[in-house]
Design a protein around this ligand. Structure first.
Ligand code: ZL4
Ligand code: CA
Ligand code: ZN
Length: 406
């Protein structure tokens, strides 16, 4: 009907759990997990699930997350909620992580850069713990599909949270699912290339592997003064000179492409394909992780680039054309309708499909189902509804309205 087909010659697996959509960082906080609802509806509305194996993600385990993060930090994240936060803050094991207060601080910070103040980048919100371990579980399941050879491209749009540190949340990121994925990949692949097209510098991933020559990190990002206030664009790192920790084997295995605001498609393509192509030639990776942060799109609420969905997608296509095991992750993206359009488009690119202009009205029946990556079989609730042929006008119209008027 809509011409969606399975790709020939490679397999794609898609990892998601709709539960992440229910989360709210706070009333006007720019990170909106419901952008993932829009993405899911667009992907399903176009029928792209027929081109992939779809898996419902399960939560990551404490031990899995401890492969990178500090044990006390992981314990804190497991237990934290707006209710438990004040009590947890008093436990001696966690008080060490409370940063000193500076004059003029607008938000009160608790342990690990977490806070219940409304202005915080990393707020403590209801359901937060479930959310963190779910997006991480989805990334780990995607990684396992790749490393086991079950697929060639694995996708998790709810992951890609590149700022989280070993024992500290930063920039809307609490668990660094990317670092965990790469650590797991290093068991199977000799060299992993990490590419980051989020408008922000992928500092957490770079830092984690700054001594590691088996991981090359390459970030494209806005860099320089934010405005006339003299503040730098977040997180303020990722200078051209920043190439990995000097004097360690990791030196020269980090690359940074700092970019001023307003870069357009032509300029971005030139930079991205030139630098990425040379990096792949020199490093000869065995697998690639691509963080597809959609805040590099023009019109993003936080971003300052001016690239279109077409070019954003061409970055994905360029990396896919290397024909290496590929992990596709989400990241930033603060103008929700564009995030959904970009990631749906990129799901189509990963599966060698072309999308029609309008979301198809009729969604054909699903023939076969895969379950979750581990654990027992379970479908997406929304898939179930498609099965029963209930996902018709109402859902799609609601979605289109959301997309048009957001
Ligand atoms: C907000 O409106 O540059 C947080 C954050 C909360 C709610 C209302 C409070 C109003 C923009 C951002 C006061 C907001 C003050 N609310 C926020 C130095 C900052 C300290 C926090 O895409 N203030 C910090 C982080 C960046 C800073 C970007 C990108 C993540 C990723 C991967 C992270 N932090 C200055 C800002 C708002 C808010 C409005 C905000 N925070 C914009 N940029 C930042 O790379 C997922
Ligand atoms: Ca980046
Ligand atoms: Zn970003």
């Amino acid at each position: 009907e809509n011409g969606i087909q399975r790709p020939k010659g490679h397999k794609v697996s898609f990892h998601y759990n709709s539960h992440v959509e229910d989360m709210h960082f706070g009333k006007t906080h720019p990170m909106k997990p419901w952008r993932l609802t829009l993405t899911k509806h667009l992907v399903l509305g176009h029928g792209l699930q027929y081109a992939m194996d779809t898996y419902e993600a399960v939560s990551a385990g404490t031990d899995e997350v401890r492969k990178f993060h500090a044990p006390d930090y992981v314990d804190f994240l497991r237990q934290v909620s707006p209710k438990t936060f004040p009590e947890l803050c008093k436990i001696p094991r966690f008080t060490r992580a409370i940063p000193p207060k500076h004059e003029g601080d607008s938000v009160e910070l608790g342990p690990y850069n977490l806070s219940t103040s409304p202005g915080a980048d990393c707020p403590v919100f209801d359901g937060m713990s479930e959310y963190l371990f779910l997006y991480t579980g989805a990334t780990l399941a995607a990684t396992h599909q790749l490393t086991s050879g079950a697929c060639n491209i694995a996708i998790n749009w709810s992951g890609g949270l590149h700022h989280a540190h070993k024992a500290e949340a930063s920039g809307f990121c609490y668990i660094n699912d990317i670092v965990l994925a790469i650590l797991d990949m290093l068991r199977v692949y000799a060299r992993v290339l990490y590419i980051d097209i989020d408008v922000h510098h992928g500092d957490g991933v770079e830092e984690a592997f700054q001594r590691q020559p088996r991981v090359m990190t390459l970030s494209y990002h806005r860099y320089g003064p934010y405005d006339e206030t003299g503040h730098k664009f977040f997180p303020g790192t990722g200078d051209l000179e920043d190439i990995g920790l000097k004097g360690t084997p990791g030196e020269h295995f980090a690359l940074n492409v700092p970019i001023p605001s307003g870069i357009d498609d032509r300029q971005y393509k030139f930079l991205f394909e030139g630098v990425t192509g040379r990096a792949i030639e020199a490093f000869n990776p065995s697998a690639i992780v691509l963080q597809c942060g959609a805040d590099s799109l023009g019109g993003d609420r936080l971003g300052q680039f001016n690239i279109n969905i077409k070019q954003h997608g061409e970055c994905v296509a360029f990396v896919k054309n290397q024909h290496l095991p590929l992990l596709l992750l989400g990241g930033g993206g603060y103008t929700a309708r564009n995030v959904a359009r970009a990631w749906c488009h990129e799901t189509a690119i990963a599966t060698d499909n072309k999308l029609v202009d309008k979301v198809p009205y009729f969604v054909p029946r699903i023939e076969a189902f895969k379950g979750r990556a581990h654990g027992d079989e379970k479908m997406y609730p929304s898939f179930e509804r498609l099965h029963k042929n209930e996902c018709k006008d109402a859902d799609l119209e609601y979605m289109v309205k959301k997309l048009e008027h957001d």
